[in-house]
Design a protein around this ligand. Sequence first.
Ligand code: SF4
Length: 352
Amino acid sequence: MQVKAILDHAVAGNRISPEDALKLLTSEDWTSIVSAGHMRRNKLHDPKVVSYTAYRVVNYTNFCDVDCTFCSFKDEIDSDRGYTLTLEQIATKTEETLALGVDQIFFQGGVNPKLPLSYYLDAFTMLRDKYKVAIRALSPIELKRLSGHIAMPLPELLQKFKDAGVGSVPGAGAEILTEHMRGVLSPKKLSGEDWCAVMGECHKAGLPGSCNIVFGSEETPEDIVEHLRLLREQQDKTGGFFSFIPWVFQPQTKRFPIRHVTGREYLRLLAVSRLFLDNIANIEVSVMVMGKELAELGLYAGANDINSIVIEENVLRSSGLKTLNGAQRFIREAGFTPKRRTMNYEFGRYPD
Ligand code: SF4
């Protein structure tokens, strides 16, 4: 199919092939692609509304025995620079968060084989019972490795976490799921297949979440399309991805090659994601990573959500929105009506 025919097909709600997506990603007809992303978004969501949420990231430990080449957050196990938060420290961070009107905790850290299961269960039950916050916790690599360390099958572990109050999982650590890019990024992390398998188990256990792409390194357009294909296929099987978020790599280490991603390239990928991922309802633009100017344009290229206000983020330096009022103002100034949601896309929890 030619580009125009692919776009018409996708805007009408039909599925496009990986070959079609590759054609769009490499086409020069940028304006038509971005415009089609926006048209499709407007067919799926109220054209006047943009949603947002707010949560606090609790990076509970930075000890990690995985060696992702792009990561400057981790410290070696047993190094004297690293940390693991105590229950009291987690409690203090949660109290600070509630005082800001935010009631969601995003609990994620390094892969620390020294932490017992009880550490996680104590933290989650405290967050649920004492603070009554929503909990999104643990990326696929943390879950898979913990399951191995304590010799507990993943479904059983997920059920324990769910019973302790976890309500969703972040789709973190996907970056780009092709074998080529796993080799560049993180040979010790999960393969694309394993990442999808863990997310599938989470979805089956009733723990939905999001998924993303992080790009701007040595990936090819074919890597990007294969990544999107894997996510779409997983979503067809288990249906637990609420949203998809495209991000770009941030400069963190000298061991990992990153390149400048132009606004043009970012917006085109956003639009292609909206058109290709026909089974993922929400496409988020990250104000935190992409900055306000580009994020605003993303709302006219297929995105219907600005990701979130992140109260604390140790892995990335935040250039995003810091307050609920700031998020609402940003959305209004971009020409939309803000609507606050939970991490799980529930809209009834917060008054307008
Ligand atoms: S990105 Fe996560 S898994 Fe990879 S080294 Fe850093 S903390 Fe460890």
